[in-house]
Design a protein around this ligand. Structure first.
Ligand SMILES: Nc1nc2c(ncn2[C@@H]2O[C@H](COP(=O)(O)OP(=O)(O)OP(=O)(O)O)[C@@H](O)[C@H]2O)c(=O)[nH]1
Ligand SMILES: [Mg+2]
Ligand SMILES: [Zn+2]
Length: 329
């Protein structure tokens, strides 16, 4: 049976600190690599183990990428380690529907292809999510072999945030993975998000030599077929850890105010400069936002994207009884 070194699995001092002195000899940490309906799989220095979901008191509070503490003797893990970062998908209208997507992620690969899937506002949403969770966002543009417009896509992507890193790849081509591998150093955890069919599993296969299932996208609208159905960890020879995810069409943000501010610093520079403190940026005189839009200093699509995400936040922070069952799109 293969065993793992802790550093290779992404073990860090912030987790080590959570082990009490008396636990050191009697327990060991393990990282959740996959969660199935009835059981989950963990990786540790002792190799690969399986636990029934039933042994956990709060199964909903577990995510792929979580560290758990397992006693040398005994049937059930003791606890989940406090996370360094977590990606949460919010449920329709009710906080208890929130779903943990992945835990202890260092970098988010926001994967989109150079075709109809490319959607600036959706990418901004992911960037805001990453910032809020203190995860570094990187945009990965796939399918560069299928278009003559790679540079146009790249230029659009570069505008979505100051200093954002954008990588353009043919995910099927192992020889084009070198620049991505520089982001995958030992113990570094990278989660891949993006729509179905953009090539997340293909990328993981090319980076690791894994054989994740992939499938052709539909000819008529370039949409994927939701081939990957669960989240899973994959180790790179270079030492990084990748988390494959099922394609998600759109992610509602959880609490994300500062994430939005960080993503839209081109907009925040104008806020607070309107004539009226309570300016709604509609028709008020002396509105700095309107002036910036009129002079093209501010891009209208970006302003609308910002407003939409802000509105979701307001809605999210409104008590449930005052909200409709579906958050605004
Ligand atoms: N030509 C080309 N095809 C690609 C590229 N990346 C992915 N594909 C193809 O696109 C299809 C979908 O790829 P997947 O890796 O299954 O996509 P996914 O993002 O994992 O999709 P889900 O698991 O459904 O979320 C497959 O047929 C891949 O071979 C690329 O860069 N170039
Ligand atoms: Mg997949
Ligand atoms: Zn204004």
């Amino acid at each position: 049976m293969s065993t793992f070194k802790l550093a290779q699995l992404g073990w860090k001092p912030c987790f080590q600190q959570q082990i009490k002195a008396e636990e050191k000899e009697q327990c060991y940490p393990a990282r959740i690599s996959k969660i199935h309906r009835s059981h989950l799989i963990v990786w540790s220095q002792n190799g690969i183990e399986t636990f029934e979901i039933g042994v956990f008191s709060e199964p909903k509070n577990l995510a792929v990428g979580d560290w758990i503490l397992i006693p040398n003797e005994g049937e059930r893990p003791l606890r989940v380690f406090e996370r360094e970062t977590v990606i949460i998908r919010i449920g329709a209208g009710n906080r208890t529907d929130d779903q943990l997507i992945a835990a202890n992620v260092d970098t988010l690969f926001i994967v989109t292809s150079c075709n109809q899937d490319f959607n600036a506002s959706r990418i901004e949403r992911y960037i805001a999510l990453a910032h809020e969770s203190r995860i570094k966002p990187v945009i990965i543009l796939t399918k560069v072999d299928l278009t003559d417009d790679v540079d146009a896509y790249k230029q659009q992507a570069l505008k979505l945030q100051n200093d954002i890193r954008v990588e353009c790849v043919n995910a099927k081509d192992k020889s084009s993975m070198a620049s991505l591998k520089t982001l995958c150093s030992e113990g570094h955890t990278i989660a891949l998000v993006g729509s179905s069919g953009v090539g997340k599993s293909t990328l993981i296969n090319s980076l690791t030599g894994a054989e994740q299932l992939t499938a052709e996208i539909r000819d008529d609208d370039n949409k994927g077929k939701h081939t990957t159905t669960s989240r899973s960890l994959h180790l790179l020879d270079e030492g990084g850890i990748l988390i494959d995810m099922p394609g998600i069409r759109e992610l509602q943000l959880s609490e994300c105010d500062t994430g939005i501010e960080d993503t839209f610093d081109d907009i925040t520079q104008f806020l607070g400069h309107c004539k009226f403190n309570n300016c709604q940026h509609n028709t008020e005189p002396g509105c700095a936002i309107k002036a910036a839009l009129d002079s093209n200093e501010l891009n209208l699509r970006r302003w609308q994207s910002y407003q939409k995400l802000q509105n979701e936040q307001t809605l999210r922070n409104t008590p449930k009884y005052a909200r409709s069952s579906k958050p605004a799109k």
